[in-house]
Design a binder for this molecule. Structure first.
Ligand code: PGA
Length: 261
């Protein structure tokens, strides 16, 4: 009889990034639908949804007593003050957020968010026990020029420049999201994506002791993830989870992704 392949147990992280796609009623319906679809889901997994700012409070209410956790799509680094339009960590905590996406490529592109801003936001999040989900990823052009590994190494190093030391209870998630693979782009070949996970891991090892990297950091993949391809990326060794945009916008398709674990 063929020997069964031993798979290391890990707790997958599945993040739904709803971007600016859902209005109030749609956000409510999606959360209610997800809760229903996942009511018998028993696997140890970290499931996070990130609705738009104005709906965080309502989302929090609907998620009480559910295993789904709440995240925000961005945060500002200052504690409070005259910063029109910005939202600080403390406000997100009041809304029940435990996670925050930082440095998504759409913010880097459309709003000119820099590595320095990503770094400041990361420090602010950690200071108040909000887990950052830091996005890094190369553009098609950077890949064409052959500088993709350098770009990723640089983004990770810059995002973590002032993040030291790392304390025992702090958690940081790095999301590798090749910019060109974000929907409606094309998914990155899983083997290629895994090479980037190794680059990120090596960068982290350059920055922190190995036990800190193993204990405090998780690396996840994002970019056109769906129920069919999700397990091609997540093996618990390279990637511990996924950041899902488009396929997280319907309860049915998001729940199917989650249930693949
Ligand atoms: P996608 O988005 O799953 O729609 O490609 C991922 C993301 O932008 O976080």
């Amino acid at each position: 009889m063929a020997k069964k392949k031993k798979i290391r147990k890990f707790e997958p992280i599945i993040v739904g990034n709803w971007k600016m796609n859902l209005f109030y009623q749609e956000t409510e319906d999606l959360i209610v639908g997800l809760r229903e679809d996942l009511k018998n889901y028993r696997r140890e997994a970290t499931i996070i949804v990130c609705p738009s700012f104005p709906y965080l409070d309502r989302a929090h209410e609907l998620l009480i007593a559910s295993k789904i956790k709440l995240g925000a799509q961005d945060v500002f680094w200052e504690k409070e003050g005259n910063y029109t339009g910005e939202v600080c960590v403390e406000m997100l905590k009041e809304m029940g957020c435990q996670y925050v996406i930082i440095g998504h490529s759409e913010r880097r592109n459309f709003l000119r968010e820099t590595d320095e801003m990503v770094d400041r936001k990361t420090v602010a999040a950690l200071r108040h026990q909000l887990t950052p989900i830091i996005c890094v990823g190369e553009t098609k052009e950077e890949r064409r020029q052959g500088i993709h590994y350098m770009v990723i190494d640089d983004q990770v190093k810059k995002a973590l420049r002032y993040v030291s030391p790392i304390f025992h209870n702090e958690r940081l998630i790095i999301a590798y999201e090749p910019v060109w693979s974000i929907y409606p782009g094309q998914p990155c070949a899983p083997n290629q994506a895994k090479e980037f996970a190794m680059v990120i891991h090596q960068t982290l090892i350059d920055l922190y002791p190995e036990e800190v990297v193993a204990r405090n950091f998780r690396i996840i993949y994002g970019g056109s993830v769906n129920e069919k391809n999700v397990l091609d990326y997540v093996d618990g060794e390279h990637f511990s989870g996924v950041l899902v945009g488009n396929a997280s916008l319907a309860a049915d398709s998001f729940a199917k992704i989650i249930k693949r674990f």
